[in-house]
Write a protein of this length. Sequence first.
Length: 572
Amino acid sequence: MPVLAQVDNDAHTLVLSQPSRSRDASPTRLASFTITQPTADTLLIGALHEQVSLSLDPGRPELLSAAPPRIPLDAGLPVVWLTEILRWVAGSADPVDLRTGNRLFDTFGLRQLELEGTAVTAEAILDRADGAASVANPGTRPWSGATRVAFRFGFLYFGLFCLVYPSIVSEFLGLARQWLPDWVNYGMARALRPIVDWTGTWVFGSSVAANTASISGDQAYFWVLVFVVGVVAVLGTLIWSVLDRKRPDYRAVQPWFLLFVRLCLAGQMVAYGMAKAIPTQMPPTPLSRLIQPYGDFSPMAVLWNQIGVSPPYEILLGCAELLGGVLLFVPRTALVGAMLSLVCTTQVFVLDMTYDVPAKILSFHLMLQCLVLLAPQARRLVNVLVLDRPTGSSTTRPLFRTPRADRIAAAAQITLGLWLLFSNAYTGWDRWTEQGAGRPQPPLYGIWAVTEFSVDGKPLPPLTTDELRWQRVVFDRDGAAVQRMDGRLVPVIAMVDSDAHSLALLAPPSAMTERPAVLGSFGFDRPAPQRLTLTGTIAGQPVSITLTSVDLDDFPLRSRGLHWVQEYPYFR
């Protein structure tokens, strides 16, 4: 709280007031003091019947001096001296907060000083003032050796990781990426391929290669890539520490490094958040999953279907990640964005670890990036959130020396955030309407149970040992599947021509260069909405199949919904 100090040198009095927000209103009086100098080396500020005695260094008002100097009152007591006196009594680098009862609250939470009942001497203050200059102005405190080494390693490691790991820096291209070649996403990772291949062969004894057709972020290639980045960062830190060991701090570079990490984190939070806010990352449960035994699910499939079965829950998760990313793009809200992003990324990392999701490298590093952004504010956060103490402003320097330049930089960051929001919203909506749940259902959509299956006019009984007969056929948005009599689901490609009433089932190719093999071709007829007949050939044999549609609402996973009143838990 700002304090207005009024000095009467003739009466040796000091009156402290709180400035009014209105021009017409007078300041609110907070406290009054008497000022005396009984000796040449002592200055006393009296409050009612008690006094606080302290000494100041006239050359550096921010320091407490063990050898008290002379402060001649007849020359006048400048306001700057009074400000420093009051700040030091409070143990604060900010304007002091004087309350009723003549209490001075230490804004750093180090001590609460009371002027009632006890006189606080200069010696008592000096007992806690080893680093007096640092406490008075933490922004000028030299960094410890461990802090400097940690900054060098973090600068090299996270800088290299964000540059070489796929889709982090390239995320800033937004919509432009769809017109650029695929190597743009893997440019730096591919450039390091000779080093990664050599490391994999000679250090780990295994040949590694990046599979660009896979979306897995935990391929062996990427683990070796992270190892290479770590080794380079360690060696670079050692060399940097030797060559630059006399530098007291890196305050000039720190804001730019934090800006780079913050923007990289923000881009990922917006991308992954939008993929959930427009629910395409975890789509609704596929129809084939409804007839698949739960024990056949992989842990990742359990997680994906658990979230996909409730689109509102997925949207809320995405909005939380999206909000964290948006806040990170605004400098004034970046701290809150980092805190929210830490919660989101920690949850994602735990899920990746416990459900074996192949995104553990990225989620772990995003969580670490949140901690990197929060580290410079750790003391302030502990004071506010844990110790219930007031805290001063951040000691991290602004990017530029002038407020105008900082405003331009902030506007550029917000513009970048808006660009990524628009790009991800556009691509997310396009993916949802073209590939996700927003696209139209295929003509034969549903689960069809086989009631009759004839080969050469002879019905086949529903035996679980029959390798030719079908049990069910599933037509879904993402493909089709045939369920054998033993329960196995065989994925197929269904080519449906509604006008010609023809259906072709193809086997998915094992390689992109192969042509899919024809499993069967049929003509179909729907005498009723719930009935389907197929007539054609399978493996060269003429077949006739009669199917009945399964009511999808018979599956509680799809039809249960929300019930506010439940006399007993519905647990099936």
